[in-house]
Design a protein around this ligand. Structure first.
Ligand SMILES: Nc1ncnc2c1ncn2[C@@H]1O[C@H](COP(=O)(O)OP(=O)(O)OP(=O)(O)O)[C@@H](O)[C@H]1O
Ligand SMILES: [Mg+2]
Length: 240
């Protein structure tokens, strides 16, 4: 719906002939010659067997890793040529990342964890905590703001991780199996949140093993042994 009316504005993400090789004695080709464009406001799911390169792809898009060949552009900036601090700046400005393993800080409370990305954006403490509490409310954890990760269930931790990814209001939301470790009801809540973000114009890239979850996206990128095997459009209107 959002379309490309502006015309001149670059896509949210563009990967051109991207490879990521790990050298461990024998080289591991985690990604090989992947080209992919994420239009602004698009919603893309990534599927593929374990080890096919899904998390590697998200790490590259999320500016946490750099390719061994090819280029990755985020909001029109070629992040592969940027120095590490500059790449971190692009990440902080553009990307919210929900990790496959939540990566919460064990000593911080839920609201401190959620507020953390704002520290790097020089937002004052009072506003940080206010925004963190607002996000925790939105994921249904308004009554758990002062709990530490060890005092939360797995699904609750996942929702804290999602709140943290969203607190900077990122244009691009990356989610690596956000419903992988949660019950059906929590999973539905998370997916509804992603639907809302998509409706608000955010660009979403979601990794999942579950076909019913992938069908919430507009298209599905299928990875196989580090290569794009197929890109399928999702038949809209299938689910009311
Ligand atoms: N740091 C690393 N060093 C060496 N090999 C790695 C490293 N990280 C990932 N790999 C390899 O790269 C390949 C792709 O890994 P990746 O984590 O992207 O898979 P995935 O599709 O996310 O799998 P899963 O569904 O299990 O999360 C795998 O074969 C993995 O063993
Ligand atoms: Mg993975």
């Amino acid at each position: 719906m959002t379309g490309e009316a502006a015309g001149a504005s670059p896509p949210a993400v563009e990967l051109d002939a991207v490879a990521r090789t790990y050298s461990r004695g024998e080289p591991v080709y985690a990604l090989d010659d992947v080209s992919l464009t994420l239009a602004r406001g698009s919603y893309t799911a990534v599927m593929g067997p374990s080890g096919s390169g899904k998390s590697t792809l998200l790490n590259l898009v999320g500016c946490l890793d750099t390719p061994t060949a090819g280029t990755v552009s985020v909001a029109g900036e070629d992040v592969t040529t940027l120095a590490t601090p500059e790449r971190a700046r692009v990440r902080g400005e553009q990307v919210g990342f929900v990790f496959q393993t939540f990566n919460l800080m064990p000593r911080l409370t839920a609201e401190e964890n959620v507020a953390l990305p704002l520290v790097f954006q020089s937002v004052g403490r009072a506003e940080r905590l206010e925004r963190a509490r607002d996000l925790l409310d939105r994921v249904g954890l308004g009554d758990r703001t002062d709990h530490r990760p060890s005092e939360l269930s797995g699904g609750q931790r996942q929702r804290v991780a999602i709140a943290r990814a969203l607190v900077t209001d990122p244009a691009i939301v990356l989610a690596d199996e956000p419903t992988g470790n949660v019950d059906t009801e929590t999973g539905e809540r998370i997916m509804a949140l992603l639907d809302d973000l998509h409706a608000a114009g955010n660009t979403i890239l979601l990794v999942t093993h579950q076909p019913a979850i992938a069908d919430r996206a507009e298209r599905i990128v299928r990875l196989q042994d580090g290569e794009v095997d197929a890109i399928d459009a999702v038949d809209a209107g299938g689910t009311p």
